[in-house]
Design a protein around this ligand. Structure first.
Ligand code: 5AD
Length: 360
């Protein structure tokens, strides 16, 4: 292999040329700050010193799935469940639109069935009605049938987030019940592309049993599936889940998880260059400055939570989820200030499409 210094330079200069071994070498790069700086330079070249934002609405925490890591899994009886009605979702969307969020993400626990499909479809039509075509609408509503994806696309959604969670099917099987199939998840991602969405995916970093080889393969997966947007975050054990119970919180472990999350962002940026990469809220759960650190490691998107404050405590996917009590308007100002403090500006009133998608 070429000398170490050259590897960073070459990765920053030319997209999508790194081998598996080189991805592993970057993930374990001795000087993390050097790695983040190289990735940040690529980010600035691709999307400037500017952050795209999405207003995140957590529309409901009822979930048909039982993922072994997730706080809102079906089997967690301690969660107070809620589902927002159409009017409520539309009201939040209106607020986001008027407040300069150029776009919106609707996320919820996974629900299927005709009633749910129709409700979302009606919501999308109503949002398009007042916001027009320039407003971005992203869905993050899990695995659905082709027909449902097509109907939501026709009703005005144009981006969809569906994490693969891990590109390793064997590891996937250890963190999910037997009837949650990795192949089905992959099929859904490919369906979404065929239905005309900009497709987002992502993984958790730091899962039990996960190796640097797995994480390098995750980044190769994003390249081979031609993913437009990436949302990755550190895995954070949740005590009321099978995977997380009995794992004590420790500052050391939190710092290690944060670093792994940041390294994943940096190496994904260095390999893929022109994709949108979100600085996940899970980073902030581990460190009050976690999301800003994510931006400085190469992310270019933030997703401030604009859900009505009354609901937030019930959407705890992992422990220590931040901003549970902040009202959306106050969050907006805090965001501006925090982003300005690292020398970046927020792109208000912009759809912020993935440059990778625009080139396709
Ligand atoms: N730690 C970190 N991320 C989690 N998610 C769910 N549970 C956890 C956890 N304990 C992530 C999954 C899912 C997304 C909505 O939240 O990757 O796709």
């Amino acid at each position: 292999m070429e000398t170490d210094a050259h590897l960073l330079e070459r990765a920053a200069a030319t997209p999508r040329t790194l081998s598996h071994r080189e991805l592993v070498a970057l993930l374990s790069w001795p000087d993390a700050r050097e790695l983040y700086a190289a990735a940040y330079a690529v980010k600035v070249r691709v999307s400037g010193k500017a952050v795209s934002i999405r207003g995140l609405v957590e529309c409901g925490n009822v979930c048909e799935k039982d993922c072994r890591y997730c706080g809102i899994r079906k089997g967690n009886g301690k969660v107070h469940r809620y589902v927002m009605g159409a009017d409520e979702i539309v009201r939040e969307a209106e607020w986001a639109f008027k407040s300069g969020y150029g776009n919106l993400v609707l996320q919820s626990g996974e629900q299927t069935g005709a009633g749910h499909t129709e409700m979302i479809e009606a919501v999308l039509h109503r949002i398009r009605g007042f916001a027009g075509d320039s407003f971005g609408i992203t869905l993050s509503l899990g695995e659905q049938t082709e027909e449902t994806y097509r109907r939501w696309r026709a009703a005005g959604a144009h981006r969809y987030l569906l994490r693969i969670e891990t590109s390793n099917p064997k590891l996937y099987a250890t963190i999910h019940p037997a009837d949650h199939l990795w192949t089905r998840r992959l099929d859904c991602l490919r369906l979404l592309r065929r239905c005309g969405y900009q497709v987002g995916s992502g993984v958790m970093a730091g899962l039990p049993g996960q190796t640097l080889d797995d994480l390098a393969s995750d980044i190769e997966f994003f390249a081979s599936e031609d993913i437009d947007m990436i949302g990755m975050g550190p895995y954070i054990p949740h005590p009321d889940t099978p995977l997380g119970e009995g794992i004590p919180w420790s500052a050391d472990a939190a710092a290690r998880r944060l670093e792994l999350g940041l390294r994943m962002i940096a190496v994904a940026r260095l390999h893929l260059h022109d994709v949108n990469i979100a600085s996940a809220t899970a980073l902030q759960a581990l460190d009050p400055d976690g999301r800003e650190k994510g931006l400085l490691a190469g992310a270019n998107v933030m997703m401030p939570n604009i859900t009505d404050v009354g609901y937030r405590a019930n959407y705890q996917l992992y422990l220590g989820k931040p901003c549970l009590e902040e009202d959306p308007a106050a969050s907006r100002e805090k965001f501006e200030r925090r982003v300005a403090a690292i020398g970046e500006t927020i792109k208000w009133n912009a759809r912020g499409d993935s440059p990778h998608w625009e080139k396709r």
